[in-house]
Design a protein around this ligand. Structure first.
Ligand code: IDP
Ligand code: MG
Length: 139
């Protein structure tokens, strides 16, 4: 099934100069970029995006981190794009992530793990319009 998923290169990925690396990986893997922009989330926007995690012990720290600098947000499109992107990203904790995944290669901690990816069609349906209107998505 052709799907769309939301990717975020988180503030740590931007600070480490990994925008190009991550985008190159998506292009190599055949995930088509159909929308892209830079954003600097404020705290309220970070809380809204991660509302599903409200109440968890890491929520406060996560939203401070996500609002600590600019991010790159993208919509990726392709066959099984949600699952394929999750595989390319690797597990949430970089120490648990498979060899060759973005998080294993570049992430320092379970919190500062370089990339975000929608985990289901339902999540993608919330996350994509959180950043993009339909006219900002090409194709
Ligand atoms: P995911 O990004 O792999 O889907 P989620 O469980 O949805 O992982 O968590 C969202 C984000 O919250 C993670 O990417 C990471 O930045 C942060 N996070 C998740 N679990 C922890 C934790 O145990 N400690 C600190 N931060 C965490
Ligand atoms: Mg998640």
């Amino acid at each position: 099934m052709n799907e769309r998923t939301l990717s975020i290169i988180k503030p740590d990925g931007v600070r480490k100069g990994l925008i190009g690396e991550v985008i190159r990986r998506y292009e190599q893997e055949g995930l088509k970029i159909v929308a892209m922009k830079m954003v600097h989330l404020n705290k309220a926007e970070a809380k809204g995006f991660y509302a599903v995690h409200r109440g968890k012990p890491f929520f406060e720290s996560l939203t401070v981190f996500m609002s600590s600098g600019p991010s790159v947000v993208m919509v990726l499109e392709g066959e099984k794009a949600i699952e394929r992107h999750r595989q390319i990203m690797g597990a949430t904790d970089p120490q648990q992530a498979d060899e060759g995944t973005i998080r294993r290669m570049y992430a320092d901690t379970i919190e500062q793990n370089i990339v975000h990816g929608s985990d289901s069609t339902e999540t993608a349906a919330f996350e994509i319009p959180y950043f993009f209107s339909s006219s900002e998505i090409v194709g």
